[in-house]
Design a protein around this ligand. Structure first.
Ligand SMILES: [Mn+2]
Length: 344
């Protein structure tokens, strides 16, 4: 975890900024991190990063458009050299807060104020909640942490006060799959799979929301969010059913691939991992060019890294028991056979 000095340093830099621009990872931890800082500062714009694995040079367009005096990167493991040097030339400081292992070059990292909780790896929503410590944002920090399968210290008290939202003495993974807070984390991940305009409307609503019920309630502001969530929830349930109908009980591996308009490999793999705790779960979303892959289970990181070794253009990484990878579609069968060999 970051030291108190580091948290204080971030706080001072943020408070000195009049027009911060937040780039946040396109998932619930990234979103909640942005919301916590935006609510504390009451200023700044937010952009969800959709490029993978790094924050790519295309986002300098947003910098030109919004003209910030500080850039804050949240929950993104990698930063492209082109983006960093473009911003450095404009003399705009970058605060980069993350919790993943990074492969970004030292020279690029040195162009930023880099803060990471790796290797203890507390989620970014936990880190940023510790900067301002505003009690009214704790629910957002909990949702962000649970989305990243991490149980924050402040969850226990919250569970005592909100037993209908969160169960006490439960691990983060079970909370994600069985409680209302977990359901909201999944809803927000689905809500982020929408157009830029709809995401912007959702975040604006969340600048002012006071409880998780504001998200569950259907009103003029949440209507589009609920509509999108219901669409994706239906697709999600279908994939789970399909995957489970294919499971070989004698195998330690669940290998499931699907396609469609929306990649939700992370959500699907989490649910399958919860339902089949003894198995390694590999879920692949097949695009014309490449496959988006999520791996869950024991040694997921080692298995992912070994399986993509030697595949040109393949990337992958993450946490010990939860990873993401991208493999060119031309090498997908090779990736699959690597996984089969590794799990036999
Ligand atoms: Mn995260």
């Amino acid at each position: 975890m970051l030291t108190l000095d580091q948290l204080e340093q971030i706080r001072q830099q943020l408070e000195a900024s009049q027009n911060p621009l937040f780039f946040y990872d396109n998932d619930v931890d990234g979103l909640c991190s942005f919301l916590i800082l935006r609510r504390a500062l009451d200023r700044g714009k937010g952009v969800a990063i959709k490029s993978f694995p790094d924050l790519k040079v295309q986002y300098t367009k947003k910098v030109d458009e919004l003209n910030p005096d500080t850039i804050v990167i949240l929950d993104k493991a990698e930063l492209s050299e082109e983006f960093a040097s473009y911003v450095e030339e404009k003399n705009i400081p970058i605060i980069w807060i993350d919790h993943h292992e990074t492969k970004t070059a030292k020279e690029t990292i040195q162009k930023t104020s880099y803060f990471t909780s790796h290797p203890s790896a507390e989620p970014v929503s936990y880190i940023v909640q510790k900067i301002f410590n505003r009690p009214q944002d704790i629910w957002l920090a909990i949702i962000g942490c649970i989305g990243d399968v991490y149980l924050p210290s402040f969850a226990e008290k919250f569970a005592e006060e909100n037993p209908d939202l969160l169960t006490k003495n439960t691990d983060a993974f079970t909370i994600l799959q069985t409680t209302t807070i977990g359901k909201i984390a999944r809803m927000l991940n689905f809500g982020l799979m929408d157009t830029t305009t709809n995401i912007l409307n959702l975040t604006k609503y969340l600048f002012k929301a006071t409880t998780p019920y504001d998200l569950l309630e259907e009103n003029n502001y949440t209507r589009q969010f609920h509509k999108r969530v219901n669409q994706l929830e239906e697709f999600f349930q279908k994939q789970i059913q399909k995957a489970e109908s294919q499971i070989d009980e004698n195998s330690s591996l669940v290998f499931f691939s699907y396609s469609g308009n929306t990649s939700m490999s992370s959500e699907i793999s989490n649910r399958l991992a919860f339902n089949h705790k003894d198995k390694l779960i590999v879920v692949a979303f097949l695009r014309p060019e490449k496959a988006n892959i999520s791996v869950r289970g024991k040694n997921a990181l080692k298995i992912t890294e070994t399986a993509i070794e030697g595949i040109l253009g393949a990337t992958g990484g993450g946490h010990e028991e939860a990873t993401g990878a991208m493999v060119p579609i031309s090498d997908f069968e090779r990736f699959k056979s690597n996984i089969l060999h590794l799990t036999q």
